[in-house]
Design a protein around this ligand. Structure first.
Ligand SMILES: Cc1cc2nc3c(=O)[nH]c(=O)nc-3n(C[C@H](O)[C@H](O)[C@H](O)COP(=O)(O)O)c2cc1C
Length: 224
């Protein structure tokens, strides 16, 4: 049986409290407030972290909801999901296991300014990953798309995310069968399998829970 390993990290630099827990909630910016208005800055924060970090990008909130569902199903082994535009590279790299989620936006792109989003997201964060070393890390990917609206680029944004982490040495787990979807092209498809779990909240939301459940059962031996 897996026993939760709690690790304690002492950060040598100032860490904003907002960088810690419950960041699946709408950000101050999303609520229309200035970022971190009145936020508490801690000079040296003792952080009690789980082994699994869940990070997501999201434009309209669907990927955020799936990230929360995954965390609920995983329980204490995973920390609360964090929007990728509200974390630091240091925090991201402090997890041995990463579950990363993204919608596909623009024209088969990762969310971010280039894809027409108001806020920065994965598009900007993967630039930061350029010099990072992810060797030894286990990464599982999940992606949201709309197979009816965008059949020529269904969930394609999983591909640049996959390439970015594999290119830095991470081991990606959790490939997912391409059967059960109706689309003409996806950059995320390789030999009939997606490089991560693919969900379609626009057309197949009723299948989401069982897909997440089954995917987690599949990857648990590799991430726990
Ligand atoms: C402007 C725009 C562009 C999109 N482009 C794609 C696309 O190229 N491929 C795809 O599969 N889905 C595409 N989608 C659908 C989204 O990926 C899907 O609705 C997703 O669930 C949104 O997740 P979010 O609420 O976390 O942003 C697009 C949606 C919008 C609004």
């Amino acid at each position: 049986m897996w026993v939760a390993q709690k690790r304690v990290t002492f950060s040598p630099i100032s860490v904003q409290k907002s960088d810690s827990k419950n960041l699946a909630q709408p950000s101050q910016q999303e609520k229309g407030y200035p970022p971190f208005a009145g936020g508490l800055i801690l000079s040296q924060q003792e952080r009690d972290m789980a082994n699994i970090g869940i990070f997501f990008g999201s434009d309209t909130g669907k990927t955020r909801k799936i990230a929360k569902l995954i965390q609920q199903k995983l329980g204490d082994v995973a920390d609360a999901p964090v929007n990728i535009n509200r974390t630091s590279l240091e925090t991201f790299l402090s997890y041995p296991v990463l579950v990363l989620g993204t919608p596909t936006l623009g024209d088969g792109q990762l969310p971010g300014i280039a894809a027409g989003c108001e806020n920065e997201s994965w598009g900007e964060f993967i630039d930061q990953l350029e010099d990072a070393n992810l060797s030894g890390k286990v990464v599982a990917l999940f992606g949201l798309g709309d197979q009816q609206g965008y059949p020529d680029n269904f969930a394609s944004a999983l591909r640049p995310l996959y390439d970015a982490v594999v290119g830095r040495g991470a081991q990606v787990v959790g490939e997912w069968p391409g059967d059960g979807y109706d689309f003409s092209f996806s950059a995320a498809l390789e030999d009939g399998k997606f490089v991560g779990l693919v969900l379609d909240q626009d057309n197949q939301f009723d299948l989401t829970d069982e897909r997440v459940e089954s995917w987690l059962e599949q990857i648990k031996p590799q991430i726990l």
